[in-house]
Write a protein that binds this ligand. Sequence first.
Ligand code: PPS
Length: 300
Amino acid sequence: MDSLSRREMFDFHGISMIHYFTDNWENIQNFQARPDDILIATYPKAGTTWVSYILDLLHFGQTSPERQTSIPIYQRVPFLELTIPFLDSGGQTLHIGVDLANNLPTSPRLIKTHYPVQFVPKSFWEQNCRIVYVARNAKDNVVSYFHFDHMNMLEPDPGDWSSYLHRFKEGKMVFGPWYDHVNGWWKKKQTHSNLHYMFYEDMVEDTGREIDKLCRFLGLSPSAEEKKQIIGGVQFDNMRKNDMVNHSTAPVMDLKICPFLRKGKVGDWKNHFTVAQSEEFDEDYKKKMKDPTLQFRTEI
Ligand code: PPS
C-alpha cells in the first residue's frame, strides 16, 4: 500500500473514484451481509456521521455506554469501501472497512457506505437488510464537500470554488454525480421496501420527529428519557465537542484547515454561491432532476 496522499480520480465502472475506495473491490463485492445489518448510505457530506451516531445511540447507548467514550464513530460504524491501513482500539492494524465490519462484535452491525446504489454488494439485497439513506440538497452538499476536500488529505485537490462547482455539475466528484446518487437510491426504494430515505433538512428542522420515524422503521421504542438524551447528544454543538464523533482522532483529516463538523446549517450555500452561479446551477439542476416525487429544500 502506498503512503496516504491526495490522489487523482479515474473512471471506475462509469463513476469517478479514487483508489482508496476501489482497491478492495472484489472483497467488498463479496462482503457477506447479515439479515440484521443496517447499512447507512449517503452521498458524501449529507449527514452520514449524524445519522450513524443516532443509530449507534439508539441501539447501544443504553447497553454499552462505555462504547460512547472509548470508540470513535468511524470504528463503530465502519466505512465499508475505505481501503487504508488504520489502527483499531486494541492497537491492531486493520487495513480496510471490510475487515472492521467483519470484526464488529455488535448486533446489529452498523455499516456506512457512500457507494452509488449499483455498487452495493449484492448480499445486502439478498439478505433484505435495512438501509437508511440520507440525502442533502445539492447546494449545501457541494459546499460541504468543497470544505471537506480541503481538509481531507485523501481527496483530490479541490482547486478554487468556481472550478469545483463546475466539476460537481459535471459529476466529476469522488462517488460520482450527486444527481445520479440521490435519484438512484430514490428509485431503489420502490423495489426494496427496507429502505428508509431521509433528508438532512428534515433532521435540522426537527431532529426528534426524524428520530421517531427512524425508530418506527427500525422497530425501536426508546423511553422518553432516552430519546431526550439522544436528541441532546446529537445536537451540532454537542457533537462538535465530542471527540468520539468530531473526527479529531481521524488521521487523514486536518481539522486546523476546517472542522469536520463545520457549520451544520441549511442554506450555507448562500455564503458561497454568487447570484450568477446560483442561477446557472438552478438551470442545470432542472434539466437533471426530472422526477417530481424527489424534492429538496435549499432553505427551511
Ligand atoms: S462524510 O465525510 O461524508 O461522512 O460527512 P457527513 O457526516 O456525511 O457530513 C458532514 C456534514 O454533516 C454536518 N453534520 C451536522 N449538521 C447538523 N447537525 C448535526 N448534529 C450534524 N452532524 C454533522 C457536518 O457539519 C457537515 O456539514 P457542513 O455543512 O460541512 O457543516
